[in-house]
Design a protein around this ligand. Structure first.
Ligand SMILES: [Zn+2]
Length: 348
């Protein structure tokens, strides 16, 4: 049937009609609100590149989480700014670590709110990498046919450290168990080491936490969109970058392999991060896997929208809703977003 019998505009005439036939309905029920926990009391420090997002001490986090819950948002995910950092991420699994303290307070003061633990080591490592750093032995250049030239030195400098996979798994597992002990409802590993989901699943099960689900940051890309977060969590690597463990932005098929692997290792939910530049990955994941798919609208996505809105170049509210609707339409039923509270207020 074609024009003039078919007229697609018939269903667009009024807002009531448009709402009636809407395919994607944005609701806060699948939102996760990210929070950055810092030491101290009554601390509420705005992150300069992320307007309206704060570093919060535990008491302030409780206040914020109450508001989150009241707005109908079911979950928060916790990141932390620990007091001290070292080369074995002690703060990540310390019984009285910041995240563990915040978890206990939130579970006590805000009943019913899901508290999700981001499990990674970068925030607790003095070097800012997500795993144990091993310095590789310096290559022998002198005496080798007299070719100790600049290019060889540059090549050596580029690979003079290694992020150790297998020794990192042990610390990640210890961190997950420590978070579960503090009362965490869901464990969300974000480090991108191979085998971490299996290691965490095994450790949780062995310690009486077989009921705690894993939300895996399965396809986490080495992205420029993480910039503002690194200020928020003070977690920028001190040398090198994260390309040897986070994914190449060019690869979709590899992203599906990452997700398949995590699923086989026991992940209950899979995440794609960032969101808007990777809608095709979200969509492919939705088509391929029959488990909940999450997407993280990351700090850079948030900061771009906020900055353009501040300049009067875009309509903030409209773009906020449009970007989140697109992420949901692509296939994510769970969305981590710094806009969670604003959207919940708008839709409420
Ligand atoms: Zn990390």
């Amino acid at each position: 049937m074609t024009f003039p019998v078919t007229r697609l505009r018939r269903l667009r005439r009024t807002e009531t009609l448009r709402a009636f036939v809407r395919e994607t309905r944005l609701t806060p029920e699948g939102f996760i609100y990210p929070m950055f926990i810092c030491p101290g009391e009554r601390v509420r420090k705005e992150i300069s590149s992320m307007p309206n997002v704060f570093n919060l001490s535990v008491d302030e986090a409780v206040r914020e989480a109450r508001e989150v819950k009241t707005l109908g948002i079911p979950a928060v995910v916790l990141f932390s700014l620990p007091e001290a950092k070292d080369e074995i991420a002690t703060g990540a699994w310390a019984e009285n670590g910041i995240v563990q303290q915040a978890t206990r307070a939130l579970k006590r003061e805000v009943p019913g709110l899901l508290v999700i633990g981001d499990v990674c080591l970068c925030e607790y490592m003095s070097h800012g990498h997500c795993g144990i750093v091993k310095k590789a032995p310096m290559p022998v250049s002198s005496g080798s046919a007299g070719r100790g030239d600049g290019s060889a030195a540059a090549a050596a400098a580029a690979i003079d450290y290694e992020i150790e996979n297998d020794s990192t798994l042990e610390i990640l597992a210890r961190t997950a168990v420590s978070q579960a002990r503090a009362g965490m409802d869901i464990i969300a590993p974000s480090d991108m080491m191979d085998g971490r989901v299996a290691a965490i699943r095994k450790a949780l099960d062995e310690n009486g936490f077989s009921h705690i689900p894993i939300l895996s940051y399965a396809a986490k890309f080495a992205s420029g969109f993480y910039g503002p977060f690194r200020e928020a969590a003070d977690s920028a690597p001190q040398f090198g970058d994260r390309r040897s463990y986070q994914m190449d932005p060019a690869n979709l098929r590899e992203a599906l392999r990452e997700m398949e692997t995590d699923l086989d290792e026991g992940a209950d939910m899979l995440m794609v991060k960032p969101a808007l530049p990777y809608l095709d990955v979200i969509h492919a994941a939705r088509e391929r896997f029959d488990i909940p798919i999450a997407a993280y609208q990351v700090s850079g996505e948030y900061a771009m929208i906020e900055a353009a809105a501040r300049n009067g170049w875009i309509d903030r509210e409209r773009i906020m809703l449009e970007s989140l609707t697109s992420i949901q339409r692509a296939g994510a039923s769970i969305i981590l977003t710094y806009f969670a509270k604003d959207v919940a207020r708008l839709l409420g």
